[in-house]
Design a protein around this ligand. Structure first.
Ligand code: ATP
Length: 203
């Protein structure tokens, strides 16, 4: 670790509370690298990934504004293993390249760096030289009800997206630190405080 730098991967299932945790860590001064945001950026109109996606999925996935219609694309790949594999094969290398660039930059800035990666995999530990992996966890039935309440998604939508993610046990098995988000937002604050103290102690 050394050089006053600690780098952690942050993951969690859909609706687990990752974004809430990530935002709170950013507020405490951590450098946040948001993989979802990068995934959107590498697919902007004009990019290699944009053309590859249109080539594979057709003009129907382009919205009126000329950018990808992400909802449309999501509806095409969730529940279709081959389509999802093709999409990932286009986007993952592009996202990986940017993530590695961000990791190199962290060597200069130091501090606490957080890679917020919903689909974090064991290989990310080596690729991004992660010191630790943090998983935000909550029982799926609670996560589903939170997402259905906060977003315009049905139970079914959420279920199919959960099916596309790593299962809970596998995710937990990767974790060096588990943030328990089965309770209230106030309890989550306590968990975040505990996480921040732990990350700080590693520097
Ligand atoms: P996604 O994977 O869909 O992006 P996420 O894991 O980033 O979700 P959040 O967006 O942080 O999850 O949380 C999902 C919703 O649940 C948000 O509206 C958030 O405010 C709410 N939420 C998170 N934790 C709690 C909690 N402990 N109690 C009540 N609501 C919560």
């Amino acid at each position: 670790m050394g050089h006053n730098l600690v780098v952690a991967g942050l993951s969690g299932g859909i609706g687990s509370g990752k974004s809430t945790v990530s935002k709170a860590l950013g507020g405490r001064g951590a450098t946040i690298v948001d993989a979802d945001k990068i995934a959107r950026e590498v697919c902007l109109n004009g990019s290699t990934a944009f053309y590859a996606i249109v080539d594979r999925f057709g003009q129907g996935v382009v919205s009126g504004s000329g950018e990808l219609d992400r909802e449309k694309l999501a509806s095409l790949v969730f529940g279709d293993e081959e389509a999802l594999r093709d999409l990932n094969a286009i986007t993952h290398p592009e996202v990986g390249r940017v993530l590695v660039e961000r990791r190199v930059a962290l060597d200069e800035t130091g501090g606490i760096g957080i890679f917020d990666i919903p689909l974090l995999q064991p290989y990310h530990r080596e690729l991004l030289r992660l010191d630790k992996i943090v998983v935000v966890d909550c029982p799926p039935e609670i996560a589903i009800s939170r997402v259905v309440e906060s977003r315009n998604m049905t139970d079914e939508d959420v279920q199919s997206r959960i099916a596309a993610q790593m299962d809970r046990d596998k995710r937990l098995a990767m974790a060096d630190f588990v943030v328990d988000n089965s309770g209230s937002l106030a309890q989550l604050d306590n968990e975040i405080e505990r996480l921040w103290a732990w990350l700080s102690s590693l520097r």
